[in-house]
Structure formats: structure tokens, C-alpha cells
Design a protein around this ligand. Sequence first.
Ligand code: GSH
Length: 233
Amino acid sequence: MTASLVLYGSPLSPFQRKVEAVMALKGLDYDCEDVNVMGMPDWYKAISPLGRIPSLRDRDIAEDGAAGTITDSSAICGYLEKRQPEPSVYPADAFDHGRALWLEEYADTGLAMAGGMGVFRPIIFNLFQRKQPDIETARKTWNEKLPPLWDYLEHYLDGRSHFIGDSITIADISVAAQIAQTEMLAGLPDKSRWPSLVAHFEAMKAHDCFQRNNAGCDRILAKLVPEKYDLGA
Ligand SMILES: N[C@@H](CCC(=O)N[C@@H](CS)C(=O)NCC(=O)O)C(=O)O
């Protein structure tokens, strides 16, 4: 039986990971359809004019074409929250809501630019093209660009299990979705320097809401990256 919701993208996208976690947390069933980011088909460009994954289709709205679709992980998660309000992933308190949106943005831009463009792409995109992984760029990013980003999150958490309140919000999901992007290739930041962040990520990665995406990534990476890279200085 087909699900009402279809996610177009790839499990390896941290933005798809974020959306999958929100859908899983809300108990929403969904189908996945892969879209190749290195050669996007025209039918997909019509849905995502900026040429990005993921996009969501709600088959209850429309079965084909651009109708019934929403692109951009933040827009999709905002839609899902209205479509299936419980459990909520956005805090009810106005100020906390704003803070959650900020951390989502911090993850989607700060962590994504450094970890995605500076570690994930130089390794994986090269491997997909049967080239040597660009370890020098990845190592420089890991040692110079990522530590200040992790520092901010470590201070924000300050020993707590969640970024805001005591249940999972879009902030926890967005940060973990991006940390996963580097963890799958190079492991975790040093636990002695970033203990709260590492504990937070380990708990989030083990949570039910990430399991389907974890399995999807493992399937793709099993042959491509049999061992993690050591990017430490
Ligand atoms: N703001 C977008 C960002 C999505 C994004 O950058 N996706 C990447 C893959 S992880 C992509 O589609 N890149 C294609 C490209 O840059 O050509 C979101 O939240 O969904």
C-alpha cells in the first residue's frame, strides 16, 4: 500500500534526515523516492526550482506534478507540524519557539556549510565519481571550521539532554541530522572537549525517529566507506 506522503531525495542528505526524523516522531508513514543530486531530472526541477533535495509530496493533495509538493526541509517540517500537531516538535512558548528556529537555522546553515561542503562533499562526491577523496580539505574543515561551531552548541547544551526544555524539538533533530553527516565518515568530535554535544548526538542517533534513515545511510555507505576516516590533527 502506498503512503500519503512521499519524500523525494536521498537518505544521505542531512535535510532529508531531519524531515524523516520529524515524520517518524509524529508516527507518519512515508515512501521515499531517490533523486540524484548530481544529475537532477527535469520532473524534479519543476518541483524544486532551486534544485535542492528534499521535497515532499502529499498525495492527499495531488498525485503528480508540482501540485501537492513542498520543497525545503524547514518548510516541510512546518507543514508536517500543522498536518500532524502531536507530538509537537516546535515549543509552545513563544521565546522557546524562536530559539528552536534559530538552532534549526544554525544547523542548516552553519553546520551544513562546514560539515556538508567541507567534509562530506570532498569525500563522498569524489568517491561517487571514482576519484580519490579530498582528505586535505576534510581535515582542514574538521580541525579549523567545525570546532567553533561545536563550541557554541556545547555551551548551549551545558550538560542538558535537550537544547530546549526536556523533550525533542526541531532544534535537537536539526543539529543531530547535521552532526550525523560528519559522524558517518569521520566519527564524533572529541568527547573530552565536547561532552554534552557528543552525549546529545549519541542519544539522538539511537532514538527510534532516526532508525529508518540510519539504515538507509548504512546501506549506501557499507561498500563506499568501509572504515571511518581519521581527520584529527
Ligand atoms: N535549505 C534547504 C537545503 C537543501 C540542500 O542544500 N540540499 C542539498 C543536498 S544535502 C542539495 O540538494 N544540493 C544540491 C546542489 O547543491 O546542487 C533545505 O533545508 O532543504
